[in-house]
Structures are given as C-alpha cells and as structure tokens.
Ligand binder design. Structure first.
Ligand SMILES: [Zn+2]
Length: 159
C-alpha cells in the first residue's frame, strides 16, 4: 500500500517542479495520468509489477532478447516510442539493453545507491518504471539502458 501511495504522489507532481529530474521533457510529450484500477485492468501481473511497482523481470526471460529486426520499442503503458533497434545490443545481462534512448521520452531519477550508482528511469508520458541507466555501455554514448522487456512493445519498421 505504501508503494502505491508513493507512486501516485510521484505521478501527480508537476514535472516542472521536480528538481531531481535530470532531464526536461520535450514539448511533444504530454504527461498522462492513469489510475491504479486502470493500470490493473490494462496490464498483466508481471507488467504491473514492473511498470507500477518498480520490480524487475527475471533475467533472460524476455523474448525481445532475440529480436533483431529494425524497428522501434514502445512503452507498453502508453505506446510512447522509447528506443530504436539500432541502439539495442547484447549486454550479457539477460535484459534488453540499449546505448541510447529517444530524447525527452524518459525521465531519469537518480536512485543514489550501489557501486555503479544506477539511475532509475521512467516513461516521460505515463510515468511507468522501465529500468535502470548505467554508465558501462558501448560507445558512442557509454550508456546502458537496462530495460525490462515485459514492458516494451516492439513495432517493426515494415510489418
Ligand atoms: Zn509510458
């Protein structure tokens, strides 16, 4: 119950007032509010546990690890485009990994713990949790967006 409350409070804060957000929204991303009941209806238990509760799927469990087609990865909560297939790579962690993200479509929240100081990131539109950003990725960015595959929807460029 406490976690739910914390999520709701976070979702209700106006983005411009959130000083701890590392990135500002781009103008084309309008924040939407989705209440708990609607999330519960829309999502599977696994998707809900990740997107709303901030938990992680089991390593190696995502079919998207094998996805190699050209296309875009979208948020399962609101369909916002988050990653291009060109940025996907095999990090060896068992989670879909990307070395870049579509600018302004993810909000970063420094979590401030751990040796590698992972930064939690959330969808800029629906506020859903997707994963953690680390700094051990490949060039040219050196970033690793370690994402839960269960909350991504892959849309190939040519269906
Ligand atoms: Zn979303």
């Amino acid at each position: 119950m406490k976690r739910r409350t914390a999520f709701n409070l976070l979702a209700l804060l106006p983005v411009s007032g959130m000083g701890f957000l590392a990135r500002a929204h781009e103008a084309d991303v309008q924040r939407i509010e989705i209440d708990e009941d609607e999330w519960f209806d829309r999502l599977s238990y696994l998707q809900y546990s990740i997107l709303v509760m901030g938990e992680a799927e089991e390593s190696g469990s995502s079919p998207l690890l094998e996805e190699e087609r050209a296309g875009v990865y979208r948020c399962i909560g609101c369909d916002l485009e988050l990653f291009r297939s060109e940025w996907k790579y095999d990090s060896g962690t068992g989670w879909p990994s990307f070395w870049d993200a579509i600018p302004g479509h993810l909000d970063e929240l420094p979590s401030g713990f751990g040796l590698f100081n992972p930064v939690e990131y959330r969808c800029a539109r629906c506020g859903g949790h997707h994963g953690y950003l680390l700094s051990d990725g490949p060039q040219p960015t050196g970033k690793r967006y370690c994402n839960n595959g269960a909350v991504l929807v892959f849309k190939p460029d040519q269906a």
